[in-house]
Write a protein of this length. Structure first.
Length: 113
């Protein structure tokens, strides 16, 4: 089992090695958009890895190409549908663009399309 923490929810769940970040999020009721159904055809499941990036599968070229169009891209960005848990703890931040409407510090933010 892998401990996977989602921010800003600050929620830690137990996930299976071999699952994607997207699989784990959906299995535990964490809101994470995935308009293409998790097929690396969009960037709506964009996440930012805060800790444990070494515990995820390496990024493949198709993910890097797709991710290059993501809003808010950082060196730690991944697509949750492509990042596979390999063991060890992982912490990811879900940007507003991947969670839809979200309450942050008492203010409602709505994602842009």
């Amino acid at each position: 089992m892998v401990n996977l923490t989602f921010l800003p929810q600050n929620r830690t769940v137990s996930a299976q090695e071999g699952d994607t970040l997207l699989d784990a999020a959906l299995q535990h009721g964490i809101p994470l958009e995935h308009e293409c159904g998790g097929n690396c055809a969009c960037t709506t499941c964009h996440v930012i890895v805060r800790e444990g990036g070494e515990n995820l599968s390496p990024m493949e070229e198709v993910e890097a190409d797709r991710l290059s169009t993501a809003e808010g891209l950082t060196p730690a960005s991944r697509l949750a549908c492509q990042a596979i848990l390999r063991g060890g703890d992982v912490m990811v931040f879900l940007p507003l663009s991947s969670t839809g409407p979200l309450e942050i510090e008492g203010r409602r933010h709505v994602k842009r399309r």
